[in-house]
Design a protein around this ligand. Structure first.
Ligand code: KIV
Length: 278
């Protein structure tokens, strides 16, 4: 390929075509620098509404607004060259009607440049997923634990054990039939995840759903260990950046108090060094 050949971006149908192949890799990012870090390694980058809790200190994702998603979506887009962005529709922006969902999905796509949206909900959102898909909005569905419904679910629980399993399977089938290009399964028991993955022709992306999905997603701050007090069972910590940062900040504070920082090497001279004579 010549240096001037434009690279065709990865689009939702490319992701659907990866069903059953090499596992799809997805992480969240909310800012340009983090998007630059994850871009070379990921197939998809999720601008998740988890940004409300992770970046803004909200108690849940319920308070996340369209303006927050657009601001962070635009920031992430500036850091991506390869991976496909996916952007969350926030709580309250799509549940009322398919028309409301289209208006906000189109706004998210137009104002960020993302090629698709993600929304939470199974069978009860199927009409909306079909409406969006038919009008040029590719939809990634999200079922199992749907954090925007934490107040009706009564907490961040596993969803799909025992009698609930049939409903989760029906949700997955309804999202596929409505035209979703892929589906996130969050906190779904492992055996059920395997059955859903085998039953669907679209990729399943798991978070806390075991190893039988077509791909995996994690919140970047969780897997980098940026929080010292948040350790969900389904997150593998690939680094302990929170501990590293704490040690670095403590050392900085001690240095400032001891006048050990800044040193002469961090200061500017009053007089410019004389120019060397030729
Ligand atoms: O908002 C988010 O980060 C998500 C993932 C947990 C899948 O929806």
């Amino acid at each position: 390929m010549s240096a001037t050949t434009p690279v065709r971006p990865v689009l939702p149908p490319d992701i659907t075509a990866r069903k059953g192949g090499q596992p799809l890799v997805m992480l969240t990012a909310y800012t340009t620098p983090v998007a630059r870090l994850v871009d070379p390694h990921c197939d998809m980058v999720l601008v998740g509404d988890s940004l409300g809790m992770v970046l803004h200190g909200l108690p849940s994702t319920v308070g996340v607004t369209m303006e927050m998603m657009i601001l962070h979506g635009r920031s992430v887009m500036r850091g991506l060259t390869k991976a496909m962005p996916v952007i969350d529709l926030p709580f309250g922006s799509y549940e009322e009607s398919p028309q409301q969902a289209f208006r906000n999905a189109a706004r998210l796509m137009a104002e960020t440049g993302a090629p698709c949206v993600k929304l939470e909900g199974g069978a009860h959102m199927a009409e909306t997923i079909a409406f969006l898909t038919a009008r040029g909005v590719p939809v990634m569905a999200h079922i199992g634990l749907t954090p925007q419904s934490v107040n009706t679910l009564g907490g961040y629980k596993v969803v799909g054990r025992d009698a609930e399993a049939d409903k989760v399977m029906a949700d997955a089938r309804a999202c596929e039939a409505a035209g979703a290009f892929a589906i996130v399964l969050e906190k779904v028991p492992q055996g059920l995840t395997g059955r859903i993955t085998a039953a669907l022709s679209i990729p399943t992306i798991g978070i806390g759903a075991g190893g039988d999905c077509d791909g995996q997603v994690l919140v970047i701050d969780d897997m980098l260990g940026l929080f010292t007090d948040f350790r969900p069972k389904f997150v593998k910590r690939y680094a302990e950046l929170g501990k590293l940062a704490d040690a670095a900040i403590a050392t900085y504070a001690a240095d400032v108090r001891a006048r050990a920082f800044p040193g002469p090497e961090h200061a500017f001279a009053d007089v410019l060094p004389a120019k060397a004579k030729s």
